[in-house]
Design a binder for this molecule. Structure first.
Ligand code: NAP
Length: 244
């Protein structure tokens, strides 16, 4: 059997591209989705075109019991999970003075607690296998901060601390844990911004453009490959030089 990669929130954007890129490398893909829609059907079809299996599991990553259930579904199907990419994430941007408590909690619950919920349910299987790769999708704003994103930046900074701590805990078991911190990537998440604001941000980036999901997926491809066998506990920025 080939290697099995679970990617959370994989029906569109960066998660979808990671799933497609890994399927091109021959990994069997498990996509986690929250909402059943055409994005899910199309993603599944595109992955299967690459000649690998695609198994889809429904579940809200912010709900521990749902994560427990869908990880069991994957183990029943494949008996293992070789690669976990914690990608599911949301934003609810607002200056702190006007931010509702619910908006803070929801972002932390999906982005940070969600990363815990899925990893906690997967880690024992990887520990038994004495191998595994975990990639957590953070963000450059988890390092730099960003006005209007106290909730999101805190969640993404939390993911960095989680990544480094877990890398220290499980390195001796052959499990490598790294984070990828994208900058400004062209997906539905950033589509809410007006074009002139997007142009202004792009101009401020040394490489003078927004990133695309492939820019991020290619780094994940490297981090799950044998070529990165001596890299753990790192945060790799994929940001066109935005943060340096
Ligand atoms: P996106 O296009 O909005 O896609 C997010 C995906 O996550 C969707 O498939 C969404 O599914 C899923 N999701 C959201 N909440 C979920 C939950 N509770 N349980 C399961 N799935 C859930 O966003 P993106 O730009 O691809 O972002 C992917 C990751 O990259 C996120 O962690 C984001 O924070 C990070 N990132 C993005 C950028 C950027 O510039 N785009 C920069 C830095 C970091 P639904 O359809 O159900 O909502």
């Amino acid at each position: 059997m080939g290697k099995v990669a679970l990617i959370t929130g994989a029906t569109r954007g960066i998660g979808k591209q990671i799933a497609l890129t890994l399927s091109q490398e021959g990994y069997d893909i498990v996509i986690n989705y929250r909402t059943e829609n055409d994005d899910l059907k199309n993603t599944k079809k595109e992955i299967e075109k690459n000649g690998v299996k695609c198994f889809a599991v429904q579940g809200d990553v912010s709900n521990f019991e749902e994560c427990e259930r869908f990880v069991k579904e994957i183990i029943d199907e494949y008996g293992k999970i070789d690669i976990l990419v914690n990608n599911a994430g949301i934003t609810k941007d607002m200056l702190l003075a006007r931010m509702k408590k619910e908006d803070f909690e929801q972002v932390i619950n999906v982005n940070l607690v969600g990363t815990f919920n899925v990893t906690k349910n997967v880690i024992n299987y990887m520990m038994k296998a004495r191998s595994g790769r975990i990639i957590n999708i953070s963000s450059v704003v988890g390092v730099s901060g960003n006005a209007g994103q106290t909730n999101y930046s805190a969640s993404k900074a939390g993911i960095i601390g989680f990544t480094k701590s877990l890398a220290k805990e499980v390195g001796s078991r052959g499990i490598l844990v790294n984070a990828v911190a994208p900058g400004f990537i062209d997906t539905q998440m950033t589509d809410v911004l007006k074009d002139d604001i997007k142009d202004e941000i792009a101009k401020s980036i040394p490489l003078k453009r927004m990133g695309n999901p492939k820019d991020v997926a290619n780094v994940v491809k490297f981090l799950v490959s044998d070529d990165s066998a001596y890299i753990t506990g790192q945060v790799i920025n994929v940001d066109g030089g935005m943060l340096m």
